[in-house]
Design a protein around this ligand. Structure first.
Ligand SMILES: Cc1cc2nc3c(=O)[nH]c(=O)nc-3n(C[C@H](O)[C@H](O)[C@H](O)COP(=O)(O)OP(=O)(O)OC[C@H]3O[C@@H](n4cnc5c(N)ncnc54)[C@H](O)[C@@H]3O)c2cc1C
Ligand SMILES: C[S@@+](CC[C@H](N)C(=O)[O-])C[C@H]1O[C@@H](n2cnc3c(N)ncnc32)[C@H](O)[C@@H]1O
Length: 648
């Protein structure tokens, strides 16, 4: 069972000398001589920055203890002001007690030199919930990956290969938990030969722990009144295991993307923003004509008492989605969506109490999720609802086709689209993937291919598991009389507030091995769900008068999406013996072939997560989620399981 402790924000305090101070740890956030000065001398200077990032494609920094972000702001500023800087700066930082935006605002006011940068950081500051938050700054050229949680737990789960490391977790005496040999070992595991490290402390125990993990340390002049600090370089005298990173082939940043639904469009947008050229191939005559063509869908995170993998992944994806869609809107690419709030009701009234207990133990910020009783729920919805439940204030509904178009518009300059052209075969010839039509003619080729064509992916490659096609129908119900909600209400089914006089409600779940429901029966089933959610709503007496829309979901055996590299089943089969005891990272993969599918009933949020994850994999960036979450959706997981059970 997974469990994540709730995030407790840092209290705001300033000591007598005017330095931000932690009442929890009894230590100051930076040298009393100057925070920015310490950042430049110890952390930048200690890692030979600026200078080391000159001319590189990207440069990656890992920090323990984000605090008020002074090290980050000083680094970003130095990078911004350096004409020879790397094309991108990746900054990954771990923080157990993040400040609230309000506290940050008050603290940042003390460091006017960073004003424009700190304002952008605060504008995109995430909600304080556990896990990894991806923040895109400076038009995507600075990628901040914030891991909220205890460093001892979350740092080992970071997928990052730093060029430089900042150790800044209060003094070892006041906060020994940030300097344990175990944590230092976990940090060393992220390093590669040549990674540098700096910390303001000169404690002998820290130096010894670093040395025993392969760092060559030297004492350097400290900052301000501190005599010495540690600078180090990773130079282990033992061989390290190879990297599990994928990464694109060097050279042409060009990918084929098959399928122009939510998955394909998000991938195109995220890769185009990183300078890729994309060729998007779609069987239908226009984008968003599969499941992504439904009039609207809802988005909200999954919540469970044990904060299971699905809950953690959906939290990551939901927050990523909202930040992406907001920034798309800001860049002038309009999406039809509403963050009207989502009220989730229990399937049975008897489960309401358990829902209350669950949220009490998870202690989320109220803006993320809180419980409401039936009376308050009714006030929120502006009509009576069946019971109380969970209230997700920032969640809502979205028209997927508008998101698809917005993403494709944004990627336009780097995008070639081919419609009405189903890919019937994919062949690796030399260093390229060739997408072939029915008659064997070439549709397009590129060094990288990404399959985003839902359950039809299995016509092109075998990932060792079937993807089921599950039909679903939603119904459009005329808004009659009162008793209609102004928010999304979900539980057993869902209802979206009326637009142009029609509410959308759904949906049926019809596996392909059962006879499909006639459309009127599907409408009737949806009305039963609707009545469950809104007891006072006057449902139309004849369901045949309703308009229905249907489509197919793609669903994997474990109901989780498949996002990542496509495994090479033939190679795995031929190497069964050597792969005994293999982990996911050991699985052979088809070269430069990726997929994003199996989005089931959560395609809206999964698409945001999949786009960012694939772009990060291809660009060898820090991953935007913990490695166990990336493993949970790795397309190779089924082949690995089959291998372990002797089924391959
Ligand atoms: C009734 C119903 C209700 C739903 N409600 C919600 C909801 O409320 N919230 C939510 O988040 N999700 C919901 N979903 C799920 C969501 O719609 C899907 O998960 C999502 O649209 C899947 O996006 P996709 O891009 O993977 O697939 P699709 O949108 O199906 O796109 C795949 C594309 O690939 C193309 N293609 C296939 N094969 C080929 C080929 N060989 N060559 C070229 N092109 C090809 C297809 O034409 C299609 O355009 C619902 C789904 C259904 C059916
Ligand atoms: C000295 S401050 C960091 C200052 C920061 N680097 C800056 O530039 O503003 C140390 C930080 O470590 C965090 N911290 C302490 N213990 C931690 C732990 N176990 N895991 C993660 N963060 C921790 C504290 O909450 C605090 O914000």
């Amino acid at each position: 069972m997974n469990s994540v402790s709730p995030i407790e924000p840092a209290p705001l305090a300033i000591d007598a000398a005017g330095v931000p101070y932690s009442t929890r740890y009894g230590d100051i956030y930076h040298s009393a001589d100057s925070g920015p000065g310490q950042a430049r001398h110890v952390f930048l200077g200690g890692n030979h920055l600026p200078g080391r990032w000159n001319g590189l494609n990207d440069f990656t920094i890992l920090e323990t203890g984000f605090g008020l972000g002074l090290n980050f702001l000083a680094t970003w500023q130095a990078w911004r002001d350096d004409p020879d800087r790397s094309a991108r700066l990746n900054y990954v930082s771990v923080e157990k007690h993040p400040f609230t935006t309000e506290s940050l605002s008050s603290l940042h006011g003390r460091y006017g030199e960073f004003a424009p940068l700190s304002a952008e950081l605060r504008e995109k500051w995430p909600v304080l919930v556990a896990g990894i938050h991806r923040i895109s700054l400076a038009d995507g050229r600075v990628l901040l990956t914030l891991a909220f949680g205890d460093a001892n737990e979350i740092l080992p789960k970071l997928a990052v290969q730093p060029d430089a490391i900042y150790l800044d977790g209060f003094s070892p005496a006041s906060n020994p938990g940030m300097w344990t040999p175990t944590l230092i070992k976990a940090i060393a595991r992220k390093a590669r030969t040549g990674t540098t490290l700096a910390t303001y402390t000169s404690a002998a125990a820290v130096r010894r722990a670093l040395e025993s993990e392969g760092f060559l340390c030297d004492k350097r002049p400290g900052f301000g009144h501190k005599r010495e600090m540690i600078g180090a370089r990773f130079a282990p005298r033992w061989r390290r295991q190879g990297s599990a990173y994928a990464g694109a082939p060097a050279g042409d940043k060009h990918a084929l993307v098959v399928g122009a639904g939510l998955a394909g469009a998000a991938i195109c947008e995220r890769l185009a923003s990183r300078g890729w050229r994309l060729t998007l191939i779609e069987a239908s005559p226009a984008p968003a004509m599969g499941a992504s063509g439904l009039s609207a869908g809802i988005f909200h995170p999954h919540v469970s008492p044990d904060d299971c993998v699905l809950s953690r992944l959906s939290r990551n994806a939901y927050l990523m989605g909202m930040s992406r869609w907001t920034s798309l809107g800001k860049s002038g690419h309009r999406i039809e969506w509403s963050r009207c709030g989502v009220l989730q009701l229990p399937h049975r009234i008897s489960e309401e109490e358990a829902m209350v207990r669950t949220l009490a133990s998870l202690a989320y910020p109220v803006g993320y999720a809180r419980t409401v009783d039936a009376a308050e729920a009714g006030v929120m919805a502006k009509c009576r609802v069946a019971s109380g439940g969970w209230w997700f204030e920032g969640a809502g509904w979205l028209r997927a086709s508008s998101l698809v178009r917005a993403e494709l518009d944004k990627a336009e300059r780097q995008l070639t689209m081919q419609f009405g052209n189903p890919v019937r075969r994919l062949e690796r010839r030399g260093n390229d993937w060739h997408a072939l039509a029915q008659d064997g003619s070439l549709i397009a080729k590129a060094p990288v291919a990404i399959l985003a064509n839902a359950a039809d992916m299995q016509d092109l490659v075998d990932v060792g598991t079937p993807l089921r096609r599950i039909r679903g129908q939603v119904s459009l119900v005329p808004q009659r009389g009162g008793h209609v909600p102004s928010i999304v209400v979900t539980g057993m089914g869902y209802v979206i507030p009326p637009r142009e006089g029609m509410m959308l409600t759904g949906s049926t779940y019809e596996p392909e091995n059962q006879p499909l429901l006639p459309p009127d029966d599907a409408n009737s089933a949806n009305l039963v769900r609707l009545q469950h959610l809104l007891p006072d709503f006057e449902c139309p007496s004849s369901p045949d008068a309703l308009c229905g829309e249907s489509a197919f979901r793609a669903v994997a055996r474990d109901r989780m999406p498949l996002v990542g590299r496509v495994p090479d089943l033939e190679a795995a089969k031929n190497n069964r013996i050597t792969l005994t005891g293999a982990q996911l990272a050991d699985m052979p993969h088809l070269p430069d072939l990726y997929c994003a599918t199996g989005f089931g009933s959560r395609g809206i949020i999964w698409s945001a997560m999949a786009g960012e994850l694939l772009a990060s994999l291809l660009e060898r960036e820090p991953l935007p989620m913990e490695s166990d979450l990336a493993a949970a959706i790795d397309p190779g997981r089924f082949a690995l399981r089959n291998l372990r059970h002797g089924l391959l």
